[in-house]
Design a protein around this ligand. Structure first.
Ligand code: IPD
Length: 277
């Protein structure tokens, strides 16, 4: 078939919309909050409920596929990308926002085959914006085609980042010094919105010129990477080399020049890989 994964992509959209509705309703309700790897790494019943809902619906339709989910991984499932068709899911991205009723929360569903990302779906739950990207077929927000910024000059750039879960003094020092380096290089601003996937969607939309982060996970990156690449953007490792989905670090930018500039400026913050046990 011309598009062997079309049925998968269509179901991903349906499930993201369904999950988004649940999250939108739960946003203003009382929540049971627990912590995972750090005091700032949060999980709620909604994260777990939505992940189970998405994975069980997909398993029923595609029993031979593999699944990587944020909450399944937290519960002990292995996080390895094989050549099999694999779904990579973040049920609630921006859990800390969700807990605080800060309305920047998304569902993210990515899909890879032979370790190559085929499509990504990210749904902004409160603003009801559906971002999609399909390899070779472009990226869209609702019906509108996405196009990244063409900016190459840091002194004209708006930069996005996220803090990541670690809060030890050494990590915080590096995090702040990276931000300082980009501001010293005259970036117009640096924004932290609390959802890696939605920040990456802003990058895909051309609403920002670069994104970098240490400590995000494959489920924050999978769907967004397809969307950005299909919008004409670059997604690479923080070293300047090719992206490694399991490395927990990324630079994304509208242009290669911008991505390489950020790569040269920032210092590495060490995080464990997603596929390390
Ligand atoms: C997290 C958020 C956060 C980013 C973390 C992510 P979660 O995802 O996107 O902004 O700093 O690296 O893991 O835990 O809310 O799904």
């Amino acid at each position: 078939a011309a598009d062997p994964w079309r049925e998968c992509a269509e179901l991903a959209v349906q499930l993201a919309l369904q999950a988004g509705q649940i999250i939108r309703k739960a946003l203003t309700e009382e929540k049971q909050v627990s912590t995972k790897t750090s005091a700032a790494d949060l999980v709620t019943e909604t994260d777990q409920f939505v992940e189970k809902l998405i994975i069980s619906a997909l398993k029923e339709k595609f029993p031979s596929h593999r699944f990587i989910g944020e909450e399944s991984t937290a519960a002990g499932s292995k996080c390895v990308l094989t050549d099999s068709p694999t779904w990579i899911i973040d049920p609630v991205d921006g859990t800390c926002n969700f807990v605080h009723r800060f309305p920047t929360v998304a569902v993210s569903i990515g899909f890879a085959v032979n370790q190559e990302l085929e499509f990504g779906v990210i749904y902004h739950c409160t603003e009801e914006r559906l971002y999609t990207g399909r390899r070779g077929q472009g990226a869209f927000c609702n019906e509108k085609r996405l196009q990244v910024s063409k900016e190459t000059d840091i002194s004209k750039a708006l930069i996005l980042t996220e803090i990541g879960p670690k809060r030890d003094p050494e990590t915080l020092k590096l995090f702040l010094s990276n931000m300082e380096r980009l501001l010293k290089a005259q970036a117009h601003g640096v924004r932290v919105i609390g959802s890696a996937t939605l920040a990456l969607c802003h990058l895909a939309s051309g609403a920002a010129d670069a994104y970098y982060q240490f400590g995000l996970h494959c489920w924050d990156l999978a769907a967004a990477t397809v969307i950005i690449r299909e919008a004409g953007g670059t997604v690479i490792d923080t070293s300047g080399g090719p992206l490694d989905l399991m490395s927990c670090r990324v630079i994304a930018a509208g242009t290669k020049e911008m991505a390489m500039f950020v790569a040269q400026e920032i210092q590495t913050i060490d995080y464990r890989r997603d596929d390390e046990n």
